[in-house]
Design a protein around this ligand. Sequence first.
Ligand code: 13P
Length: 244
Amino acid sequence: MKNNLYIIGNWKMNKNPTETREFMKEFNKLYEENKNKINSNIFYGIAAPATNLAMLKITSNDCLVVAQNVNENESGSHTGEISINMVKSVGAGAVILGHSERRKMYNETSQKVSQKAQKVIEAGLIPIIAFGETFEEYKMGKTKEVIKKMIKESTKGVNLLQVILAYEPVWAIGTGKTPSLKEIQKICAYIRSITNPNVIIQYGGSVKPKNIGKLMNQKDINGALVGGASLDPKIFIKLLTLNK
Ligand code: 13P
């Protein structure tokens, strides 16, 4: 059997603690009912808004609790920010860093991502470092060049065996469009070749029950980072069963 697969839902700015509790109640039931269809090498997690992390921790069993962002400073005058120890104290075991939405809308640079990743590792959490090309870059055949730079700068000073790399083509996020399976596998193999043979590589961007099986079968893909399809427990469970 292939190595472990890490399937993580990214709820983005959706759901409150009550809705989180309701999700987990239904999800836990579905998980039990579908247990025989979920391979033992599949691990799952949910990246929820910071307000919901404690609820996620309390109501879930084996779910990796993931934060969507942290500040690299320990404490102090950073109004509106949240520290690594704060999310850790309510159960987070990992943090997404450098999601394209944060890079684009909140000016999160690769340099910032590497600073944050170092601190996240020091605190004993796993950084999930996201990167990917825009549609223009894809069309111009610049994908490798663009992601190489992003990976290099975002993982500076970081042990690649202590992170998860998440390849998310910007144009595949929330659009229903994806590169072909062959293209995704090729890029993930490339990522492995320029990083470490044992690095964990997730693919993200319009992952749905209908395409997850084939994606997870690709040699160099070790998991998925899933937006829209992670919001409904009935659909999320189908991702974990690989649509069986
Ligand atoms: P979708 O699965 O909705 O395309 O979102 C992907 C994503 O941004 C996960 O981080």
